[in-house]
Design a protein around this ligand. Structure first.
Ligand code: PEP
Ligand code: MN
Length: 338
């Protein structure tokens, strides 16, 4: 952080500010120019309130030269992180194929879908048990029973499981779930992020409906600052003025996040489009722009799904999408051809 002092600032006032900055545990590098004096703060400035300094009467402007996110910042960790979920690796050239229904509905449904997506090349199973629905009258998920059914599907197929947690009080139920999903609506539920940061479970952090990339990274920072560094980011579409799709898939977020962070970035073509027919082209595009994986909704009977049927693929359609995605992957990374 750099503080530019106003022209003519008296030395005693300048020294008071320097003293205050030092008391915050930082060193100060002072550069006295002809017209301006600049104070450079050296050290970890994360807890310094920039606005507080900016409103001092001797301060002309304050500039941050370092990103507010540190632990997930690529500058301090140039190699891509690889997150392990059971035997599955995500990031650093390892591509994850997560598939499954929006909601777990029954043992028959989840086991059937798990078997079929595995046969098509999926490496992880998804399934919502706690569902964040816009309407309180819609199906809210099978909750704890849903998590138990996911475990049955894992036992049947060997696929690690990921499911969404909506509140801190539910976390103990996730003890035996391989990866915890923080959904778009909870991306800035800071208390939940902190609590998940205290666990040592891999986290799938989805981008909020109207959140910037910096906000997404700051949310990852919440989790990581609790000591849990196993975070995978997910671009799942944002709210814009698109009228024919549920959301707008911000694919540029993938290469941009790869510049900014070492964390893996996966794409959700289901929630970002809301339309089953659009999942295949967007999945292929996501693989082509360097995503570290895909999370796709698949249902054995989309017409009767209790949630998100319109965007859910039938198992046979998922098989086709997976083939195309693997083909794109092998063109892009011939050395790691699937
Ligand atoms: C989901 O994955 O089922 C879900 C609700 O996703 P999002 O939080 O991205 O809307
Ligand atoms: Mn869904």
């Amino acid at each position: 952080m750099i503080v530019v002092l106003k022209h003519g600032t008296p030395d005693d006032k300048r020294d008071q500010l320097i003293e205050w900055i030092r008391k915050q545990g930082l060193d100060v590098h002072m550069s006295v120019g002809k017209n301006q004096t600049i104070l450079g703060m050296v050290g970890d400035t994360r807890s310094i309130d920039k606005d507080l300094i900016a409103c001092l009467d001797i301060v002309d402007s304050v500039k941050t030269v370092t990103d507010p996110f540190k632990l997930c910042n690529r500058k301090f960790h140039p190699a891509p992180s690889v997150i392990n979920v059971g035997d599955v690796k995500i990031g650093g050239g390892n591509f994850v194929m997560i598939a499954g229904p929006c909601s777990v509905e029954s043992e028959e449904q989840i086991v059937q879908v798990a078997r079929s997506v595995k046969a098509s090349g999926a490496t992880m199973l998804r399934g919502g048990a706690f569902k964040p629905r816009t309407s309180p009258y819609d199906f809210q998920g099978l909750k704890a029973d849903g998590l138990e059914l996911l475990k049955i599907a894992r036992a049947e197929t060997g696929l690690p499981i990921v499911s969404e947690v909506m509140g801190i009080e539910e976390l103990p139920l996730f003890e035996d779930i391989d990866m915890i999903q923080i959904g778009a609506r909870n991306m800035q539920n800071f208390n939940l992020l902190r609590e998940v940061g205290r666990t040592r479970k891999p986290v799938l952090l989805k981008r909020g409906l109207s959140n910037t990339l910096k906000e997404l990274l700051m949310s990852a920072e919440y989790i990581m600052s609790g000591g849990n560094e196993q975070v995978v980011l997910c671009e799942r579409g944002i709210r814009t003025f698109s009228d024919y799709t549920r959301n707008t898939l911000d694919l540029a977020a993938v290469p941009m996040l790869h510049k900014l962070t070492h964390l893996p970035v996966i794409v959700d073509p289901s929630h970002s489009t809301g339309i089953a027919d659009l999942v295949s082209p967007m999945a292929v595009a996501a693989a082509a722009c360097g995503a570290d994986g895909l999370i796709i909704e698949v249902h054995n009977d989309p017409m009767h799904a209790l949630c998100d049927g319109a965007q859910s693929l039938k198992p046979e359609d998922y098989a086709e999408v997976a083939k195309k995605v693997f083909a794109v992957r092998s063109i892009m990374n011939p050395e790691v051809a699937e």
